[in-house]
Design a binder for this molecule. Structure first.
Ligand code: ADP
Ligand code: DP6
Ligand code: CO
Length: 333
């Protein structure tokens, strides 16, 4: 809404000449995917992906994206070992993002990217995808951006990517400036070795409505959205308290209520936006049942039908018994 473009913000941080470094073939870079415990939902500036509220996430360790750039004859984008057509929407987005840094008529590049999580299924591939792409660009062109700048620029690719520059707990401060350079993520110092995140995959098909359109629709059409910034602010406060005191109950309750509050705003949009499938609801009910019978487990959900479970190492066996296909991540080991 400020009218500021990504290009104009980025330009202020670029050297006079942007070209591949001679040792640019180096290593592929990796960025973890992340799951928000307090969600980013709604933008105050769609061009720069500036959020309405601050958010807090946990990164998924080895799950995420590996990306490598190299010199080529013509621009090429490869996803999980397959070359994409030049007009493929995924490829176009990637090349457009690289253009923000290299300018229009420079050296062609080959982009090879691999997601070890499903792409566009509500498991945060845009987060790890754009964080890894930002890191690959930084290395390939020898840009040496500071961590906060890397995070702010990754945010311009996808908001949640601002948080995927780090492992562990990460907070993305919404910021207030028009150019968004105070809207970046920082890691929290706290570690929580016993914490587990379980991925319950209901469907890994590409979602019908991507996160971006989903949140824009919600902001534009749901009166219920008015209450969202208040919910998010209160939850952020509780999460800080939960993390500082290793209060698992407070962490889990807050994350679950935050996710359901976000989904309430989606359902209240028009046309209605319901990312849940019958199996998503069945899984929620199984979790509530487990909790009622004494196993402390909570869930969070993003813009997709899959659930992410939160539990302690001591309860892993009990949760696995209910969800045998669940993939378990140890974010702090
Ligand atoms: P998700 O829930 O997976 O984050 P989104 O709708 O937010 O789904 O974003 C999916 C989009 O993220 C893809 O269509 C693509 O544009 C982008 N994306 C996913 N993986 C990568 C990657 N490895 N590199 C670059 N962009 C990616
Ligand atoms: C529900 O970061 O994917 O996962 O900024 O438009 O690319 P864009 O959207 P994206 O939205 C993520 C929404 C969420 C919540 C979260 O990760 O905080
Ligand atoms: Co996303």
């Amino acid at each position: 809404k400020s009218g500021t473009t990504k290009q104009s913000v980025i330009a202020q941080y670029l050297p006079a000449v942007v070209e591949p470094q001679s040792d640019a073939m180096a290593e592929p870079v990796f960025a973890p995917s992340n799951i928000a415990l307090c969600k980013y939902w709604g933008k105050r500036d769609a061009e720069l992906n500036l959020p309405v509220n601050s958010s807090l996430s946990i990164s998924l360790a080895h799950l995420g994206t590996k990306t490598q750039l190299s010199v080529a004859e013509k621009d090429e984008v490869w996803l999980n070992g397959n070359q994409l057509a030049a007009d493929d929407k995924f490829a176009v987005k990637v090349i457009r993002y690289i253009d923000l840094f290299r300018g229009d008529n420079s050296q062609a590049v080959k982009v090879e990217t691999e997601n070890n999580i499903p792409t566009a299924a509500g498991l945060a591939s845009s987060a790890s995808g754009f964080a890894a792409l930002m890191l690959a660009i930084n290395q390939f062109y020898g840009l040496n951006f500071e961590p906060q700048v890397l995070s702010a620029f990754a945010r311009m690719g996808s908001g949640s990517a601002s948080r995927s520059l780090y492992h562990g707990f990460v907070e993305w401060q919404m910021g207030y400036r028009d150019n968004g350079m105070d809207s970046f993520a920082m890691p929290l110092e706290h570690s929580w070795p016993d914490l587990r995140v379980g991925l319950v995959k209901v469907s890994t098909a590409e979602k019908a409505v991507d996160s971006r359109s989903g949140m824009n629709r919600t902001v534009d059409t749901a009166h219920l959205y008015q209450s969202w910034p208040l919910q998010a602010a209160a939850d952020l406060e509780k999460l800080h308290q939960a993390i500082a005191n290793k209060n698992f109950t407070l962490l889990g309750e807050t994350a679950e209520q935050n996710a359901l509050s976000m989904h309430a705003t989606m359902i209240a949009s028009w046309p209605p936006l319901l990312y849940w499938q019958p199996d998503s609801v069945a899984a929620m009910q199984a979790i509530w049942q487990l909790r009622a019978s004494g196993t402390e487990v909570y869930f969070t959900m993003d813009a997709g039908p899959n659930l992410k479970l939160l539990f302690s190492a001591a309860n892993e066996a009990a949760v696995k018994q209910q969800f045998p296909a669940m993939e378990v991540v140890c974010p702090f080991t």
